[in-house]
Design a protein around this ligand. Structure first.
Ligand code: BG6
Length: 502
């Protein structure tokens, strides 16, 4: 275990959703696991004019709600001693100067600082500018790191503009651009699965792989986030970031080492090799939809247009599917199908890799033989992490009949638990490890991939396909598939292999 330098973690947006739902519970779990340095402190920074006591009581409520079965009392007491609060109300021009004073003069505060931007993206540049102008980012007292949440811009140009404003005060090594998918243990398992097992390498290419599907579906709607989601949509919210990262991990060449730069060099090469989608070909490569009212888990739910804060004629997509090609030797001709949607039938994130059929169907003359089933490798990311390989075997008996079996290589043993993505990522920031954070060129190439689609969809605002909440998405997405025998794989169970989606 590496030693972590003591630091002050300043959370801008301390009372916001991200902080309450992800950051505070993740920090507490790190406390329980004994992974926080003894003299590390957490300074919540928010609009409310609270004192430390009020912040501690808010955090207590968050943790009690998160861990209703009780908490490690000693860890909880230790955690509370780390908590401080600094009010940063809008329009208070002194607030940043006071923050500087707090950081530099509070006894027990370490000179190293992490600034975590858990605020709206539009607020990043102004906050960085204030901190930079006051000399709080110049690393003269200790190191200083800034964590930027996604989305990083809303297209290529805005991402470059945001980058320009960060570079006025920060160097690249100080910047940690989060894509929390990279913090998920199952996502990191893609690297282990591919590069710690030699038997996959010979078949991991266009000679053997028919196509790759990457899915993130969720039953939740926009959960009161209309102000963000209306200007984002599914393409920016999920595909530009999380799903393209998954694609890069599946498709990249083995890096020289697993160091941050080597890993990111290989991911960038994949993103660069994605065949550009011209504006004329957007309809052949992309499909969007918006949920209408329906039923989720037996309960009626409203359509997107009836969600609070959504404009009545909004054409924002809550479902997006893409077909991409990676023009390099390994992947030429292999379609990568990506899809994501809110208010879908199930919560499911998975990478499904379909292999080609054997060159000859030798069993075709035998009795009871159905058309041959191809092999699949499936990596379930959530809700359950799993690794499955589907193969054909003979059914016991006198006839030569086949059936599909699933080799289930679930790798979790006994009580082993996966950690929340934010735990590992917060630890990495404090350790100074960039491997699971995005470099600016990754972000730029991901925007280059989706920008033409964004442009066309922004112009075509008169019509958007609907899909019923609780379904698997809009009808018509099948037209993205290159062949009749390709279809969305909804379930990772063998019987699900034949479930055709429309
Ligand atoms: C976020 C998106 O980045 O990822 C959300 O903004 C989405 O819209 C979420 O729901 C999904 O993350 P997870 O970890 O729940 O799969």
């Amino acid at each position: 275990m590496k030693n972590i330098d003591p630091c002050v973690l300043v959370i801008f947006g301390a009372n916001g959703n991200l902080s309450r739902i992800k950051l505070i519970p993740a920090l507490f779990r790190l406390e329980v696991a004994g992974r926080l340095s003894d003299s590390m402190t957490i300074l919540g920074c928010g609009l409310e004019s609270w004192k430390d006591e009020r912040w501690i009581s808010e955090v207590t409520d968050i943790l009690k709600a998160k861990f209703p079965d009780g908490m490690d009392e000693q860890a909880f007491e230790r955690f509370c001693t780390r908590l401080h609060y600094h009010p940063n109300p809008p329009g208070n021009s002194d607030a940043y100067a006071k923050l500087k004073q707090v950081l530099e003069e509070t006894p027990g505060f370490a000179p190293n600082v992490v600034f975590y931007m858990a605020v709206r993206p539009s607020e990043f540049p102004a906050i960085i500018d204030r901190l930079g102008t006051l000399g709080l980012l110049n690393q003269q007292r200790g190191w200083c790191r800034v964590v930027i949440e996604k989305p990083f811009g809303y297209d290529l140009l805005s991402a470059q503009t945001l980058q320009g404003s960060l570079y006025r005060h920060l160097n690249e090594p100080q910047i940690y651009r989060i894509d929390h998918y990279l913090g998920k243990g199952t996502v990191q398992n893609v690297i282990v699965f591919r590069f710690a097992n030699i038997l996959l390498e010979p078949i991991w290419n266009n000679h053997y792989i028919d196509h790759v599907q990457i899915t993130h579906s969720e039953t939740l709607g926009i959960e009161g986030r209309a102000d963000y989601y209306e200007s984002a949509g599914a393409l920016r919210d999920m595909i530009q970031s999380h799903l393209l990262q998954l694609l890069a991990l599946v498709a990249m060449e083995p890096p020289v080492t697993l160091s941050a730069e080597h890993l990111r060099d290989e991911k960038v090469k994949v993103l660069k090799a994605i065949r550009p989608i011209t504006q004329n070909s957007v309809h052949a490569h992309a499909f969007r939809g918006q949920y209408t009212s329906g039923t989720i888990n037996g309960k009626p739910v409203p359509g997107y247009l009836d969600e609070p804060g959504v404009t009545p004629d909004s054409a924002t997509e809550t479902y997006a599917a893409l077909k991409l090609f990676i023009d390099n030797w390994r992947w030429a001709g292999v379609p990568f199908y990506l899809r994501t949607g809110k208010r879908m039938a199930e919560n499911s994130s998975a990478i499904c890799i379909r292999f080609k059929k054997p060159p000859q169907d030798l069993l075709r003359h035998t009795h009871h033989h159905e058309a041959s089933h191809p092999n699949w490798i499936m990596l379930g990311i959530q809700p359950n992490d799993s690794l499955k390989i589907e193969m054909q075997v003979k059914v016991p008996g006198l006839d030569l009949t086949t059936r599909t079996i699933s080799l289930d290589a679930t790798y979790r043993k006994g009580t082993e638990q996966e950690h929340d993505a934010y735990e590992g990522l917060l630890l990495d920031v404090m350790l100074g490890d960039h491997s699971l954070f995005l470099r600016i060129d990754e972000v730029e190439w991901a925007w280059r991939t989706v920008d033409p689609i964004i442009k066309v969809w922004a112009m075509e605002r008169d019509f958007i396909n609907g899909y019923q909440a609780g379904s698997w998405g809009p009808r018509g997405t099948y037209r993205l598939f290159d062949n009749d025998d390709q279809f969305w794989r909804h379930s990772l169970n063998p019987e699900g292999a034949d479930l055709q989606a429309y």
